[in-house]
Design a protein. Structure first.
Length: 329
């Protein structure tokens, strides 16, 4: 099957080509993001493989359908960038990578927490500059603190289990509770979680219903001086409200791997350009903020599974087999 691979980086090319040896698809690699301007590039490709900042909205899907595309598959777990209803209406199947190393993201979230709490990036910058002063680097013990996990799916549960190993009290909020979480954590309401947690970590998908789940109102009701970690999706946080909360000290620290406006920034080197996004520029200027460019998934194990499943999805579609990773409208 001829497959257009959008947002293809060097590692996508290398690993997909390797994994494709046993599938035999014709892969057309495109560095561009999929959007209204680039959708035509997929003309004649029955399948299109995309990534998190590609945009498969109604108009883009209509262009893809007109060009002969019958499958859109995302090389990610999250699928908020695909309009599943529009795809179904156009008779385009949509699939994703429902399962890949959840440890990659959970471990990264823990890393961000420790880095922002103990100010490790600042310390490294200082020692590189010959400055071995400790002033301004004080953090707090995680042991004995309360950690709130919003979304106790695959990643949230591993994160919660790790934090329980640190000696934290682990609280969870999820509309669909999981018995396993209760072996080390306790479910509470969203309000209780915010009020009681020293650290809140987001692990739920982004939907229309939970956009800006963290906003001025919820931040005001959170424990003063707490730390917020977001490795899930940028749209879950009203970033401007977070900036205000950081300025007032209501939010004591923020570490994000995802950002609402990341599509125009992440996965590219902009170091020699002027970045017009004032919100991200303000954020990276705070001493108690860490921003990483959507890399939580980026481990050897996770990427290997993502590429293998992406090709399995395409092969299953080509053979008319059931799509186990189908995104339902
Ligand atoms: P999952 O589907 O196993 O778990 C998600 C959980 O969130 C479910 O238990 C669900 O009931 C819960 N949930 C849904 N809406 C909620 C809400 N409003 N409040 C609280 N909980 C809610 O998903 P998984 O694999 O744990 O992934 C979680 C998210 O992590 C993904 O949706 C994706 O956005 C993000 N992610 C980020 C990556 C990165 O590299 N930064 C990589 C992989 C995933």
């Amino acid at each position: 099957m001829k497959v257009a691979v959008f947002s293809a980086r060097r590692y996508d090319r290398m690993l997909l080509n390797e994994a494709n040896a046993s599938h035999g698809h014709e892969l057309v690699f495109l560095e561009d993001q999929l959007n209204a301007r680039t959708a035509d590039l997929a003309q004649g490709c029955e399948a299109v493989a995309i990534f998190v900042n590609d945009k498969a909205d109604k108009d883009v899907l209509a262009t893809l359908a007109a060009g002969g595309t019958r499958l859109v598959t995302t090389r990610s777990t999250g699928f908020n960038h695909i309009d599943a209803e529009a795809a179904a209406a156009l008779d385009i199947a949509a699939t994703r990578v429902a399962d890949y190393s959840p440890y990659s993201v959970a471990e990264f979230a823990v890393g961000l927490l420790i880095a922002v709490n103990r100010k490790i990036p600042r310390a490294v910058t200082r020692t590189r500059d010959g400055n071995f002063e400790l002033d301004g680097l004080m953090g707090f013990d995680l042991h004995g603190r309360t950690v709130g996990v919003v979304g106790t799916g695959k990643i949230g549960r591993i994160f919660g289990r790790i934090m329980s190993g640190f000696g934290c009290t682990v609280l969870g909020y999820d509309p669909y509770p999981q018995a396993e979480f209760e072996t080390y954590g306790r479910y509470v309401t969203a309000d209780e979680l915010l009020a009681a947690s020293d650290i809140v970590s987001l692990h739920c998908p982004l939907t229309e219903a939970n956009r800006h789940l963290v906003n001025a109102d919820t931040l005001a009701r959170s424990k003063r001086g707490g730390i917020l970690i977001n490795t899930s999706r940028g749209g879950l946080v009203d970033t401007e409200a977070a900036v205000e909360a950081l300025k007032s000290g209501q939010l004591g620290g923020l570490a994000i791997d995802v950002y609402e406006q990341e599509a125009s920034l992440f996965f590219q080197d902009l170091s020699t350009t002027i970045i017009a996004d004032d919100v991200i520029q303000r954020l990276v200027s705070f001493p108690n903020v860490i921003v990483t460019g959507h890399q939580a998934f980026f481990t050897r194990e996770a990427i290997g599974q993502i590429m293998a499943t992406t090709l399995d999805n395409i092969t299953a579609f080509a053979r008319g087999e059931p799509l186990v990773n189908r995104i339902e409208a």
